[in-house]
Design a binder for this molecule. Structure first.
Ligand SMILES: Cc1cc2nc3c(=O)[nH]c(=O)nc-3n(C[C@H](O)[C@H](O)[C@H](O)COP(=O)(O)OP(=O)(O)OC[C@H]3O[C@@H](n4cnc5c(N)ncnc54)[C@H](O)[C@@H]3O)c2cc1C
Length: 379
């Protein structure tokens, strides 16, 4: 186990923002992780688990405790007699390396998740998703350490409360630290994959009908790169957390109201997707654009990506405060235009621990929103 004092956290995140951690531990094994948790407990210090930092925004004053980084990365592939494959992935493994290998093996289940940065542990906690697939769909179990007594426990789907970019572990007082995850993958089904992508608006995939999982991955990566949605340390358009806000899910009535207004204003319908429980998922990127922000819109050191309105990025030495002010500005305008509340997808780490991003609420928008002119069409 390696322990560093006053370690700057910015280089450990894709946003490259944030102050120092009082202690930073690289846990090279599960035992290291348990030892680090015991150390923090002994010193009555809070802990935060940092995977690849691709969905974490860190406060300018850092974190007054132990940041523990799982650095164990083994992956085991076990073929099953029914033709499926179980893959057990250590929490610190780069999840996209596993996706790449699963595609080489022509397996299906996580091929649409190609190119999403992050550790296996973080990817499970976030229930990552893209192009019609979520990691929850092939999740079998996870090994985890229980913070109360540092015992090992196995988590199953019914423990996870999976929802859109949400799990039982994505809460401030989550007592489980994931040490490995197990997924079940099946032989790649080209037709199912193509129709899933068509359903989720990924037309190129449906048109070209890739025959193997590797071909499929190539097209996903190409598409993601064209939107700067693959992390690249030389391109600030990728120095964010992917989607900063989740796509709002609203009632049918709200969706119809916005759709009708969009047809009057733009002469075309608003992008929307039905959910399984009869609601409608809206495009946060579309709402942001309609509220007056174009791609590349700058706000101090922050900006929107030049390729995607939903990605807030660190354009030029942005501070965490600037990112938050920008996010508040966006949420406020969207609320005033549409009466739709945007919710951050990113995890916000303050010196005391995980907290909601302050000031992103309808009440705040109403109070501070006086200078903005709501568009009456959308109200
Ligand atoms: C360019 C870019 C594109 C992206 N595109 C997508 C996309 O298409 N779809 C999508 O869903 N996401 C996307 N993301 C977001 C991000 O990649 C995922 O959420 C990612 O899987 C997070 O993993 P991580 O290891 O980086 O998590 P971190 O940011 O390190 O951590 C996130 C949260 O998980 C917790 N955590 C991490 N590891 C563990 C563990 N072992 N045990 C318990 N808790 C843990 C942390 O404490 C924190 O609360 C994108 C991000 C970027 C930068």
């Amino acid at each position: 186990m390696k322990i560093y004092d006053n370690e700057p956290l910015a280089p450990h995140t894709t946003m490259a923002i944030g102050g120092k951690a009082k202690k930073y531990v690289e846990a090279e094994s599960v035992q290291d992780l348990i030892d680090a948790l015991a150390l923090a407990h002994g010193e009555s210090m809070p802990i935060f688990i940092l995977g690849a930092g691709s969905n974490t925004l860190i406060h300018d004053n850092g974190f007054e405790g132990y940041v523990i980084h799982p650095a164990f990365k083994q992956v085991e592939w076990t073929p099953q007699t029914d033709g499926t494959m179980l893959v057990r992935i250590d929490a610190g493994a780069n999840f996209d390396d596993v996706v790449a290998e699963s595609c080489q093996r022509n397996l299906g289940g996580i091929e649409s998740l190609s190119g999403i940065p992050g550790s296996a542990g973080g990817s499970l906690v976030q229930n990552i998703g893209a192009y019609g697939q979520e990691i929850s769909e092939c999740f079998v179990s996870a090994q985890a350490v229980h913070l109360d007594d540092l015992s090992m426990i196995e988590l199953h789907p019914h423990n996870m409360a999976f929802a859109y970019r949400q799990t039982a572990l994505k809460v401030a007082d989550n007592p489980f630290i994931v040490t490995s995850i197990t997924l079940r993958l099946s032989p790649f089904d080209a037709d199912a994959a193509a129709s899933r992508c068509e359903k989720h608006g990924f037309k190129r995939m449906a048109l070209t009908k890739p025959k193997t999982a590797s071909d499929f991955r190539k097209i996903v990566l190409e598409t993601r790169k064209s939107k700067a949605m693959c992390y690249d340390k030389n391109d600030y358009n990728t120095h964010g957390v992917g989607s900063f806000f989740v796509n709002p899910i609203v009632s049918g009535v709200d969706a119809q109201r916005l759709n009708a207004a969009s047809i009057i204003k733009n002469h075309k319908p608003m992008p929307s997707f039905p959910t399984e429980d009869g609601k409608t998922k809206l495009s946060a990127a579309w709402l942001i654009e309609q509220a007056g922000y174009n791609k590349g819109y700058c706000f101090k050191g922050a900006s929107l990506s030049e390729y995607h309105c939903l990605a807030i990025v660190n354009r030029q030495n942005a501070t965490c405060e600037e990112i938050i002010d920008f996010a508040k500005d966006i949420a406020k305008r969207v609320y005033l235009q549409f009466r739709i509340q945007l919710h951050p997808e990113v995890v916000y780490l303050t010196p005391q621990g995980i907290e909601p991003i302050p000031g992103i609420s309808p009440e705040e928008a109403e109070v501070t929103g006086a200078p903005l002119r709501p568009n009456p069409l959308f109200l």
